[in-house]
Design a protein around this ligand. Sequence first.
Ligand code: DAH
Length: 364
Amino acid sequence: MEEKEKDQTNVGAEGREENSKRGSGASLLEAVREEAKRALAAVRDSRALYEVRMKYLGRAGKVTALLKGLREIPAEERPSFGKRINDLREALEGEIDALEESVRRRELEERLAQEKTDVTMPGKRRKQGTLHPVTRVRNQLIDIFVGMGFEVYEGPEIENEYYNFTALNTPADHPARDMQDTFYLTDEFLLRTQTSAGQIRLMEKKKPPIKMLSPGRVFRSDDDATHSPMFHQMEGLVVDREVSLCDLQGMLDEFARTMFSGTSKTRLRPSYFPFTEPSVEVDVSCAACGGKGCSLCKGTGWIEVLGAGMVNRRVLENCGIDPDEYSGFAFGMGIERIAMLKYGVNNIKLLTENDVRFLSQFRD
Ligand code: DAH
């Protein structure tokens, strides 16, 4: 059918011939008009409409070809036939323009409907991170002690033997070196086993009064449910005139009340560290049972939380501080241990695996 139509209205060289043959070409014009009408009726979108426009009104279009064919029409018929072609062109232009407007409007509406945003749909939530429990406890410790006038000093993680051991009154042949299983990097350098090394570095630079807090990572070849080869410590050091163990306990009481419970108490037990004399082990009353005795504190009512003591005279001397004029106390605690006690975590690995299901429980 379409092929036939094409044949009828083919107004190329052949068409012009036909025009002249018939004298008026009127039937050809009618055929073009009819065909264009049908083509317009079949248009569904702006693309098809554009094709129709080109097919009839374009430079190689059928109406344009009719106009070109005028030359071959007898002179007396030309004006009236020319007018008919122009009328057809104008009519077609008008129809196409009108159709174009409605087609475009419909297309726009369809697009708007399709791309509509439903503002009542629930939004996509961004997952919010939380501070790691070790970071939380570290920050809390810093808050507590900075509130008491301490300054934060962070020492290096790679230390030499002198700062990590020797200056802390632990010479090479000292049996206390065996207390900490050390990762040596070379004969001289090692991964620090304790933040106590920072005491020496600070006292070499700063003279009393000193109130220092030194948080950081430490390393020991140790690995079980409560020990990890890398963990965090918080060191504290106070050096001034007439500093006593009572001052230490007063500050630690304040720490325990803020960190664990308003009724927490501390207890000092004799112990040994090469860099303190006397040395103590500090227990905090068990927050889980209030000191009555439970499985957490193994029935004792107390939980060991840190090591401390009065700074050994030799350590002060090693740093050029006169032990007859000044005295000091120091303490060191494991941050993971405090976090485990505070949050009831029974395996230190949970703090290093970084499983989000575990970590996301620590929110404010
Ligand atoms: N450095 C010790 C350790 O890692 C902890 C310690 C004990 C630190 C007594 C101190 C202290 O400052 O006075 O086991």
